[in-house]
Write a protein that binds this ligand. Structure first.
Ligand code: AMP
Ligand code: MG
Length: 482
């Protein structure tokens, strides 16, 4: 068997999913496979690149052992409750065990209609496929838990959006695709039995340290909460804005999932929003911890029916766990920014100092990523690149005096180097590579993926990708692209 499937979700009761077939795309063209990831998954890259392997990624060949399903879920979208969402354009081929013994999902996104497609066509334009490929792989290389891209194909067919667009399919790998919204789906149906089975599946799969606990549900809430707090702190330290932190886009595994209208900040701004559909700024850069907490409250609600306590006591127990979010988040957020700044010790002034650093960037319209990368140069005695990011040097001069005092002029250069990337998937570059790909030029896509595989190493071959965009190149809005 070319892919050794070991499917467990498809063994759950029927109401967890619908059995489906991915759409066939006879004219599909393989664009890229992810060789290191294939090896990690025990898939022979040569096979994956062959006609047979490519046919699997295009939905033309259901491999032996696959048991294709579309998963049921619900969710709060921009705060509004939607009782039924589900995989409307994605098909889970099955699960496999990777080299470290971890169970991973293999899913085709853009694989055609399913019973959950509602009015949609189940397809994906090529643009969002390439965007997710680039950003999810960059995230992983940046050290952030994220779903991965195993391969991408151009379908050779058009999908109808505002204008016709070339279509694509992404082969996505995830620790699982179980979302807060999956729990909400069964909670909304008062299906306690399903909630228990789902909860047990999640514990066995993602939190095995909780196995055997008599009443593990509040411990599960706490464990998911910790991973989400850490995840959001990591996003923010890279200037990442997820853009659609709906409960159906929050994976209980703690991986970043669903790279829709997401983006990395160029110039820093606390309230920055990219998503063209996020008019109220609900998912702005600095709102992300609040929203993660809000989503975790929704998750807690789904677990309460399972908890073996009196009604009032349950709520109190959940509130206790949820109250821990702030501390977990702050710890990760402060520690992470302290590392970026080369601070060896944290004190009571660390929080305000991080805040004032970010204010320095916001007030000076300074590029977030370049500031921290160039601060690494400054830590090694070369201040010119840092200085070139500031039109007005006075605020920077005062800030540098404080920075030297706080670090005792001995910033932790090594930790700074491993925390401050030179290259991130900047929005204007993603748009460029998508435009090129839509005219059959995939070279910028390949070059960008290669450049982002080692984001912490300055590389003169990729100097253009390390530069901040010129003002006229800045892209302030991203679209869902569904
Ligand atoms: P997302 O934007 O990925 O969070 O998707 C929200 C919901 O819309 C999910 O249930 C998707 O499966 C569904 N959806 C998004 N795009 C399509 C499409 N083109 N066809 C069918 N369903 C879709
Ligand atoms: Mg989604």
């Amino acid at each position: 068997m070319a892919i050794r499937f070991d499917n467990t979700y498809a063994q759950m009761p029927d109401r967890f999913f619908e059995r489906v077939r991915p759409a066939r795309h006879p004219s599909a063209q393989l664009l890229r496979i992810n060789t290191p990831l294939a090896i990690e998954l025990g898939i022979d890259p040569a096979w994956l690149e062959s006609e047979t392997g490519a046919a699997v990624l295009a939905g033309n060949n259901i491999p032996d052992g696959a048991d294709p399903i579309a998963q049921a879920y619900a969710g709060h979208q921009f705060g509004g409750w939607v009782p039924q969402l589900g995989d409307g354009r994605a098909v889970l081929l099955g699960e496999l065990i990777d080299h470290e013994g971890q169970r991973r999902d293999l899913q085709l996104k853009g694989a055609g209609r399913t019973p959950w497609s509602r009015g949609g066509d189940g397809k994906s334009p090529l643009g969002p496929v390439l965007r997710e490929y680039v950003v999810s792989e960059a995230m992983a290389a940046l050290g952030v838990p994220a779903t991965r891209a195993l391969g991408a194909v151009a379908t050779g067919e058009e999908v109808q959006r505002e204008e016709p667009r070339p279509g694509g399919v992404l082969a996505r790998v995830a620790a699982s695709h179980i979302r807060v919204g999956t729990f909400q789906y069964f909670h909304a149906r008062d299906d306690r039995e399903a909630l228990r089975l789902l909860g047990e599946h999640v514990i066995a799969r993602h939190y095995p340290e909780l196995l055997g606990q008599e009443d593990p549900w509040m411990a599960l809430l706490g464990a998911v909460l910790k991973r989400q707090a850490s995840l959001v702190a990591k996003w923010m330290q890279l200037g990442f804005v997820h853009g659609v932190m709906n409960t159906d886009n929050m994976a209980v595994s703690g991986e970043t999932i669903d790279f829709g209208p997401c983006a990395f900040l160029d110039t820093f701004s606390f309230g920055k929003v990219f998503s063209s559909i996020d008019r109220g700024g609900r998912y702005a850069w600095d709102q992300q911890p609040l929203i993660a907490h809000w989503n975790l409250v929704r998750f807690a609600e789904t677990l309460l029916p399972l908890v073996d306590l009196a009604e009032g006591e349950k709520v109190e127990a959940a509130e206790d766990v949820l109250a821990g979010f702030e501390d977990h988040f702050q710890e990760e957020y402060y520690r992470g920014f302290a590392d970026k700044l080369g601070l060896r010790v944290l004190g009571s002034d660390t929080g305000p100092w991080i805040r004032s650093t970010l204010e320095l960037l916001e007030n000076g319209h300074v590029d977030f990523t370049r500031f921290f990368a160039c601060l690494g140069d400054a830590a090694r005695g070369q201040e010119s690149s840092l200085r070139s990011g500031f039109r007005d040097q006075d605020p920077l001069n005062s800030w540098l005096v404080e920075w030297h005092a706080l670090t005792e002029s001995q910033p932790d250069v090594e930790i700074m180097r491993t925390r401050n990337p030179w290259r991130i998937p900047r929005n204007h570059r993603i748009e460029e590579l998508i435009t090129a790909a839509e005219s059959d030029d995939y070279a910028p896509f390949h070059r960008f993926v290669d450049a982002l595989a080692h984001p912490f190493e300055k590389d003169s071959r990729f100097a253009d990708l390390e530069a901040a965009p010129r003002p006229e190149e800045c892209i302030d809005e991203t679209f869902c692209g569904t």
